[in-house]
Design a protein around this ligand. Structure first.
Ligand code: SF4
Length: 213
């Protein structure tokens, strides 16, 4: 039977990216091969979590009566069974948003208009920029999104360089580390007429650093 290590399953508001503000049920899987310096999911990253099969997870999602699911972590793609879980959720007619770090291949993610990939590209301040798999970028559709979490000028210049080099066909989001202090990013993006969206982490505005799971 297909089993996954699950840190938590909870209802919340999507705090990031294009679907910001949308009520979702979050499936937060345990484990991640990266160690971002500013990781805000360290508990899920480092814990083994509860072992659950797909039927048990789907039952919890069904009970929530919410039609959009965010599969997050940790790094969901670090568990091969996450692909089977996404296929099952899509078969149930649910909208699935996959949050992934950009370090693992996305080829096997179900190709469906019901699956939106939200892929990070880690900037130098994360310490993980050398772990990115840039060949993923050309696999993203216009329905997907790329997210840069930016801490400083060096990160911003790095993000600009990656956008110029790979010309992603999906929307690009820039968010400050910490999720709230947007002014420096907004001013840089306006100055450079960069075609990206500057967004906060809405859940941090609503709940602060308090974990909402
Ligand atoms: S990819 Fe996400 S979960 Fe993994 S270390 Fe980085 S911020 Fe934390």
């Amino acid at each position: 039977m297909t089993m996954l290590n699950v840190h938590s399953i909870f209802k919340s508001i999507q705090g990031e990216g294009q679907l910001i503000g949308m009520p979702m049920i979050f499936i937060r899987l345990s484990g991640c091969p990266l160690r971002c310096t500013w990781c805000d999911s360290a508990e899920a990253r480092d814990s083994k979590g509860e072992t659950m099969n797909i039927d048990q997870i789907v039952e919890k999602v069904r009970k929530s009566a919410i039609s959009a699911v965010c599969l997050t972590g940790g790094e969901p793609l670090a568990q091969r069974e996450s692909i089977s879980l996404m296929n099952r959720l899509v078969d149930l007619g649910l909208l699935v948003q996959l949050e992934t770090s950009g370090a693992l291949p996305i080829e096997e993610v179900p190709c469906s208009e019901k699956v939106m990939i939200s892929m990070d590209i880690k900037c130098p301040s994360s310490g993980m920029d050398n772990r990115m798999k840039f060949t993923n970028i050309e696999l993203l559709s216009p329905f997907d999104q790329i997210k840069f979490v930016v801490q400083d000028e060096r990160d911003y210049q790095y993000a600009k360089q990656i956008i110029s080099k790979y010309e992603p066909k999906c929307p690009v989001i820039m968010t400050p580390v910490g999720g709230i202090d947007l002014k420096f990013l907004a001013e840089k993006v306006l100055r450079d007429r960069l075609g990206v969206r500057v967004l906060p982490q809405l859940h941090k505005i609503i709940w602060g650093e308090e974990p909402n799971q």
